[in-house]
Design a protein around this ligand. Structure first.
Ligand SMILES: NC(=O)c1ccc[n+]([C@@H]2O[C@H](COP(=O)([O-])OP(=O)(O)OC[C@H]3O[C@@H](n4cnc5c(N)ncnc54)[C@H](OP(=O)(O)O)[C@@H]3O)[C@@H](O)[C@H]2O)c1
Length: 322
């Protein structure tokens, strides 16, 4: 089968294309999916660079999120049949014509939802929604600061925060990114390249914010933390800047703020189910559509990964395999 392959660790240009990668073997409980679209996520870039929390031995197929059609099932893969349209997430392996995955890890694509929307809605939108509901615990009327507001997780947090009735302050590096955040309802827009972030946040939210969603880290985290009001929640999601900031604990103490790290497994099980159901309803009612800025063919996976790695993408970048 045709697959994008990482033969050695490095920058996205190490990812090449293999026209004769063997189709994955299948065992009981699994299904084989013909991938139609896959989505690029920042952790894919980190895995290729061998900078992720887990190291995958080379050669491997990157790609963590896909949408496609089931072409083979096994005993133990109850509930799914050949021809079903499904989506799923995995650590790696999605940038290929076929994936083999446990049936329990799949979600049926709702009728009327196209393959691009389905492929783009897994990682970033689920991360943002669980972070907003179970970590930031935002309520309608709250003030929310979103860093990296033009990126995959950040723009999802803007869109979903607005749907939850929150007043969103979007922070990003360009007018282009902020214009997109504004088009989804962000109330305050701050370009941290042209403004002093600390002052701009104080002007935008004089009483202090209720929550921060931070997928970027680096120099942006400190002013965002300072912009929280008493009892505010600071949710750290990732460090796309490549720089892990140090938190001044005196601020945490004096303001009584909560600093929380987002991991899917830390969402309480009952809230996890609630959040997933709410998000699915938003998707089915088309109240939230993922923002897709670029679609590449599988042969150009390296370019797609570079687009994300360089922080140029606005919203989601997809790979088309049809
Ligand atoms: N904890 C979890 O479960 C979880 C789940 C998903 C993602 N993540 C993490 O969340 C982070 C963001 O993921 P994402 O998919 O939203 O990434 P993304 O689409 O690439 O967006 C990241 C944003 O970070 C900013 N940035 C600042 N410096 C950067 C640099 N040197 N290189 C690249 N981007 C830079 C960019 O915004 P500006 O141009 O505005 O600065 C960019 O839009 C990643 O670290 C990822 O690993 C964690």
């Amino acid at each position: 089968m045709l697959a994008a392959v990482c033969d050695e660790y490095g920058t996205p240009d190490v990812v090449g294309v293999d026209y004769s990668w063997p189709s994955p073997a299948i065992v009981s409980g699994q299904v084989r999916v013909k991938v139609e679209a896959a989505s690029v996520n920042y952790p894919d870039v980190l895995l290729i660079a061998n900078e992720y929390q887990i190291s995958i031995p080379t050669p491997f197929i990157p790609g963590s999120e896909f949408a496609g059609v089931i072409v083979e099932t096994t005993s133990g893969a109850e509930g799914f049949a050949v021809g079903d349209r499904v989506t799923g997430t995995m650590l790696y392996g999605a940038f290929a014509q076929e994936v083999v995955i446990a049936a329990t890890a799949l979600t049926r694509i709702p009728d009327g939802v196209d393959k691009y929307t389905a492929a783009a809605f897994g990682v970033a939108y689920r991360t943002a929604y669980h972070a907003l509901r179970s970590m930031a615990r935002v309520q309608a009327g709250d003030e929310l600061i979103v860093l990296g507001a033009g990126g995959g997780v950040g723009l999802a947090a803007v869109q979903l925060g607005v749907k939850l009735g929150v007043s969103v302050t979007a922070v990003a590096s360009s007018t282009e990114k902020l214009d997109v955040a504004a088009s989804y309802g962000a109330r305050h827009l701050i370009n941290y390249r042209t403004a002093d972030l600390r002052i701009a946040l104080k002007d935008a939210i004089p009483r202090g914010a209720n929550a921060v969603v931070d997928p970027v880290g680096g120099a942006l985290s400190d002013p965002a933390l300072r912009a929280l009001g008493r009892g505010g929640r600071f949710v750290t999601v990732g460090f796309a800047s490549g720089d892990i900031p140090r938190i001044p604990l005196n601020l945490v103490l004096v303001k009584g703020v909560h600093v929380l790290g987002f991991q899917f497994q830390d969402v309480p099980p009952d809230e996890f189910v609630r959040n997933e159901n709410e998000l699915r309803e938003l998707l089915m009612a088309m109240r939230v559509q993922p923002h897709i800025c670029a679609v590449y063919p599988l042969e150009e996976t390296a370019q797609a990964l570079a687009y994300v790695a360089d922080g140029r993408a606005i919203g989601k970048v997809l790979i088309d395999l049809t």
